[in-house]
Design a protein around this ligand. Structure first.
Ligand code: UDP
Length: 302
């Protein structure tokens, strides 16, 4: 089997590749993370600019800048990789008649009024807000993918991951994803920065669980299907901070900062569909996943 993976050198892609057997080509601009697994053909290019005559069995489009603090600094690049990038990846898949898997985002639900949120919820998104470069472009990608499915019969699947974390999440403490930032701060003894009052929630998914669910989504008979992939266990950000302080035995203190603009107040996945159709549900508890992640961070920070 031949796989083309955009963003394959990133956090999610590098974990996925370790579980795939076949000939893998990665297209990645290496702008955020750079984990290039051994024996993989890597092309340093943005997916929207990538041109090839090669044929693939699977096109997996992961390339994106998912960290709010990062994408808000790079809104044009973000909006383009999630729109033109998706178009280019779809065209490559169409020429190959490949199976196309897109990593969308729980972000497309915006300020969801139903939590845990099922796939058939339409979302409540600010089309011109500070996060729109990400959430609206992910929504456009989904619309374009479903158009390729309806017009050309392309075998597409869409997944919507909810706050995946684990080893290799960027560790520099400025990148902004909450798990990596809190662990970094706790291990360095710095203040743990909470935006707002910390009552906002997320549900966290350990990366090994994400890989297992993603592999299932590459199976047969899933043309045009959309799946949440995440946890339904909501955690308040303040409680996450306390948990990380306790698991690391850190002396860090909690510091409250002004809230982030348009920060979704609650987020968790309704996973009824993926459980029923693919027999998947998360296996790794938050405590176990955080411990594995903390161990990895200790290694890279020492
Ligand atoms: N967050 C926080 N402090 C930080 C980073 C994030 O309180 O240093 C909060 C953020 O306001 C949001 C949640 O943690 O409510 C998750 O943020 P993240 O950047 O991981 O991504 P999001 O889920 O918003 O896309």
């Amino acid at each position: 089997m031949k796989y083309l993976i955009s963003g394959g050198a990133g956090f999610l892609g590098s974990h996925l590749i370790e579980s795939l057997n076949g000939e893998i080509t990665v297209v990645d601009d290496l702008s955020t993370t750079k984990f290039v697994p051994k024996g993989i053909k890597i092309i340093k290019e943005r997916i929207e600019n990538f041109d090839t005559q090669e044929k693939f069995d699977y096109v997996i489009h992961l390339a994106a800048r998912p960290s709010p603090e990062d994408y808000i600094q790079h809104p044009v690049e973000t909006a383009l990789s999630n729109s033109l990038g998706t178009r280019n990846a779809l065209e490559i898949a169409r020429k190959s008649d490949a199976t196309f898997l897109y990593t969308s985002s729980s972000e497309i639900y915006g300020h969801a009024e139903i939590v845990p949120t099922p796939e058939d919820y339409w979302g409540k998104v600010n089309p011109t807000g500070i996060r729109s470069c990400y959430d609206e472009s992910k929504r456009f990608s989904e619309a374009l993918i479903m158009s390729y499915y309806r017009e050309y019969g392309l075998d597409v699947r869409i997944q919507r991951p909810f706050n995946v974390y684990g080893p290799r999440l960027r560790e520099d403490g400025t990148y902004g994803r909450v798990v990596s930032r809190f662990i970094y701060q706790a291990l360095k003894g710095e203040d743990i920065t909470i935006f707002g009052d910390g009552n906002q929630t997320r549900a966290f998914l350990y990366v090994d669980d994400w890989v297992e669910g993603t592999l299932k989504m590459l199976g047969k008979g899933l043309k045009g299907e959309i799946f949440n992939i995440g946890s339904n266990k909501e955690v308040k950000i303040i409680d996450l901070a306390k948990k990380i302080i306790s698991l690391t035995g850190s002396s860090s203190r909690i510091k409250f900062l002004p809230p982030r603009q348009d920060d979704p107040p609650r987020r968790a996945a309704d996973i009824t569909k993926i459980k029923e159709k693919l027999g998947w549900e998360p296996k790794i508890s938050l405590d176990d996943g955080l411990m594995k992640t903390i161990e990895w961070f200790k290694g890279v920070l020492s």
